[in-house]
Ligand binder design. Structure first.
Ligand code: GH3
Ligand code: MG
Ligand code: MG
Ligand code: MG
Length: 331
């Protein structure tokens, strides 16, 4: 018995998680409360935390919500005295719920229960095996399921990271133009249906070219990074700060009136000017100012909420602020 357990564990890679899996596999055993302990199932889950001997879907799914979510659910439906329909419901629930959808499922059925096996596969089980196959075989199949699942996880993460990179400005970590357009569109849509107001600000650094020309491009970059932090750190969580040009930032503020937007813009403008920027030991700290153009929706010309119209008005207001001498807010 001991030898069997050890053999199963090492076949699954539990003995050497670092070489077989990047992190130890997390396996949950689901079985009827009264079902006899099987050496195999005990060994599958040995030392891995989650062993839940329950078929109460709520209990099981609650466990799926706790990190780490099991890589594999082993469902022991091999007890012929137990009603298989309860297992059917559980398996389809695990597949349907967001918390456990990514976990794999290995179902152990009584031997010669072909129809039951087919039913489990239809319901979304990844693999079904009769209870009389060798423990090595079960262990190998479990291992291959976990491996496949980990591969899927990695691919999903890679895609997510790729999407994230596509909408992020690498210098400042802020969202870029590509993110702003759909974000503004959905914000405008929300404002439209709720009859709510929204505001957009264009923030542009004054005489930024002079900073580059006088202190170098690296100093300019450093100002961009610090300024981004100041802006991002001083707006609400629902507000979006994005870098939309070299030294130009867009801030989108849902549910914000003209008066509120103007006061926020002035607060941010003063915040930039209130403390000088550190651009390295070789240079004195540098005082920086910004000009801000503000627009709200519904816009001056249109009742409907169109992002392009608000942005155009914010741009025009920015131009006014620049022409009027910079370091000011216009709307
Ligand atoms: P104004 O007050 O009218 O806005 O003048 P300005 O000098 O800020 O505006 P202008 O558009 O003439 O110059 C913007 C400069 O920003 C020119 C460009 O070289 C610089 N710039 C754009 N992107 C970057 C960047 O990523 N890093 C650095 N260091 N400079 C940048
Ligand atoms: Mg300019
Ligand atoms: Mg500028
Ligand atoms: Mg500019």
């Amino acid at each position: 018995e001991l030898q069997l357990r050890d053999g199963t564990r090492s076949a699954l890679g539990f003995e050497e998680p670092a070489t077989t899996f990047e992190t130890a596999a997390n396996v949950a055993l689901l079985s009827a409360a009264g079902a006899p302990d099987s050496v195999l199932l005990a060994s599958l889950t040995h030392g891995l935390g989650h062993i839940i001997r329950s078929l109460d879907p709520d209990k099981v799914l609650r466990m799926g919500r706790l990190p780490p979510t099991p890589d594999l659910f082993v469902v022991d439906a091999s007890d012929p005295d137990f009603l298989e329909t309860r297992f059917f419901g559980l398996v389809s629930d695990l597949r349907a719920r967001a918390e456990t959808r990514q976990s794999t499922q290995l179902i152990i059925v009584p031997k010669d229960a072909d129809e039951m096996a087919a039913m489990f596969l239809d319901l979304g089980a990844d693999d079904v095996i009769p209870a009389d196959v060798s423990t090595t075989e079960i262990a190998l199949r479990a291992k291959s399921l976990i491996k496949r699942k980990r591969l899927h996880d990695r691919l999903r993460d890679t895609v997510r990271d790729g999407l994230q990179a596509a909408v992020t400005d690498p210098l400042t970590g802020l969202f870029n133009r590509r993110y702003v357009d759909p974000h503004l569109a959905s914000m405008a849509h929300q404002a439209q249906i709720s009859g709510d107001v929204m505001a957009v600000m264009m923030v542009d650094i004054d005489h930024f070219k002079m900073i580059n020309d006088t202190y170098g491009h690296a100093a300019g970059d450093s100002v961009l990074k610090q300024l981004s932090k100041r802006l991002q750190g001083n707006v609400r969580a629902v507000d979006l700060v994005a870098r939309v040009g070299g030294e130009e930032f867009l801030i989108a503020l849902p549910g914000t009136t003209a008066a509120q937007a103007q006061s926020t813009a002035n607060r941010l403008r003063q915040l930039v000017n209130s403390a000088p920027f550190d651009i390295g030991e070789a240079h004195p700290k540098l005082s920086v100012t910004v000009s801000v153009g503000v627009a709200v929706s519904p816009t001056k010309t249109k009742q409907e909420c169109r992002p392009s119209a608000i942005c155009k008005e914010a741009d025009a207001a920015l131009y006014v602020a620049k022409s009027a001498g910079r370091n000011q807010v216009a709307m």
